[in-house]
Structures are given as C-alpha cells and as structure tokens.
Write a protein that binds this ligand. Sequence first.
Ligand SMILES: Nc1ncnc2c1ncn2[C@@H]1O[C@H](COP(=O)(O)OP(=O)(O)OP(=O)(O)O)[C@@H](O)[C@H]1O
Length: 267
Amino acid sequence: MSDPIVDIRDVTYAPGGMTVLEKVNLRIERGDYLAVLGPNGGGKSTLLKLMLGLLKPDGGTIRVLGAPPGEAGGRIGYLPQHTHVAGSFPVTVLEAVCMGMVRPGFGSISGRAHARVDHGKARLALERVDMLPLEGRALSQLSGGQKQRVFIARALVDNPELLLLDEPTASVDSATRTALFTLLGELNREMTVIMVSHDISSLASGVKSVACVNRTLHFHKAPEITDQMFTMAYGGSGDQCCPVELVTHGHVPHRVLAPHDGEGEGK
Ligand SMILES: Nc1ncnc2c1ncn2[C@@H]1O[C@H](COP(=O)(O)OP(=O)(O)OP(=O)(O)O)[C@@H](O)[C@H]1O
C-alpha cells in the first residue's frame, strides 16, 4: 500500500484544557475526495488547521505529504472558511489570485513568506476555475459563487497535490453549490481533495469518502454516512427520526445514506 497523503494518529487537541479533538485517527490515500462533516463546533476547521500546521496537537502525530504539518511547501492549497471581501477593498480578480503566492504570516505552509508574483501562473489557475475572462474585474463586484471560484484559484496557484477547503459552498444558492461541487470533482482528477462541510448534500456530489467529526472522528470509505456515524456526529438516531430530513429538511436524495432500520421504500 502506498504512503497516505495524510496520516493522523491518536491526535488530541485541547487548548486550555478544553478538549476539541480527542484520539483522532485518519489515513487519507492519494486521489481521495473526502468530505468532513459534523455539527457546528464539532472540530472540523480545527482538524484542517492541524493538517496545515497552523495549530499544534497536544498529543499524537500528524504527517502530511510525508512530512510534519507546515513543511510541505506549496504542495497544499487552502481555502479558509471566511474569505469575505469588503466592497472597498481595491483588488482585481487577478491580483487576488496572485495573493496565493504572497503569504505574509503564512510562511509555515508555503515554506516562504513571500514568493515572486507570476501572473502567468495566476492566469492558469483562473482558467482552471473558468474565471479567466473576469481577470480584470474588481473582486468586490463578483457574486458569491464567482468569488469562491477566485479563492479556489488562489488555492490552486502553486499547483498543489492536496487541496483543503473549509466550507466552500457556505452562503451560496443551490445552483452555485452544484456548480462548485462539479468543479471540485474535476479538480479531484488531478489532486486529493478534503472538503469541510456541514452540508450533508455534499455526499451526493462525487465525494469518495466521509469523515464525521464531533470531538472524535469516524471514517467511512464510501460517500454515505451510517446510522452509527450519524448518531456519533449529530447525537440523534435513525430509529427516532429520518436523519436526512433532520439535517437537510428533506432536500437531498436518500442515496447518500446507507439504509437504516424502520425506513420505508422510496422516501
Ligand atoms: N485555540 C482555541 N482555543 C479555544 N477553543 C478553540 C480553539 N480552537 C477551536 N476552539 C473551539 O473548538 C471548537 C471547534 O471549533 P471548529 O471551528 O473546529 O469547529 P467546526 O466543526 O469547524 O465548526 P463550524 O461548523 O461552526 O465552523 C469550538 O467550540 C471552538 O470554539
């Protein structure tokens, strides 16, 4: 078996004595497309930040691309959870993507605080997300979905092997969400993708495996969650309610869930 792209063993993160993650184990193979699901405050973003080396675990070990977190150079692309841009922020689409090459305070990920700005690389990244025609547009004038594409291009600018995305489809409408999921599926042909979400409908979008995180982590090598994972992550049970409807209010197909007891046909 080849070396995993991410190897997390017995990791605990407990700042100030408050346990956020406890004894987490996760092995992610190259080429995987992993959805990290779980409730608000469950520790999903924390898990990504530990992989990036932005946070240090209090116990256990993490290796990413065969090295300790933060030592993989530009081989990791990262889309953070909060990428809001003030309307007054005077930056074009192309300039925003170039910021992926200039990372003040981000040297632990890129291996350098500043890199030479290369407009050619930025344009290639914009082309991959179908945003090149808007390269000269002010970033603040774009729609939410267009901005997310630009921020994904910024994460792609160094041609990473591993793409980490924190809630890439938060605050966009369902058509935009579907288009973004299609884009991520295409990118997964070339790189490993790990996407944090609390949207269970992401499981119907081409992901290959799922991890439920709520202080502990449960991994499943298929794009479905089991009743056990649901109970662990959300505290409910498929015996008491339909978990799909509980989480999504009935808007996703049931094929994302493994069969659970007491469910009628065709719901
Ligand atoms: N450095 C820290 N010090 C104290 N508490 C922290 C720290 N980092 C994270 N936490 C806490 O850990 C918990 C998990 O946070 P995290 O952002 O990882 O959750 P999440 O699953 O991504 O949530 P959401 O879906 O709401 O974004 C939260 O209660 C948060 O306040």
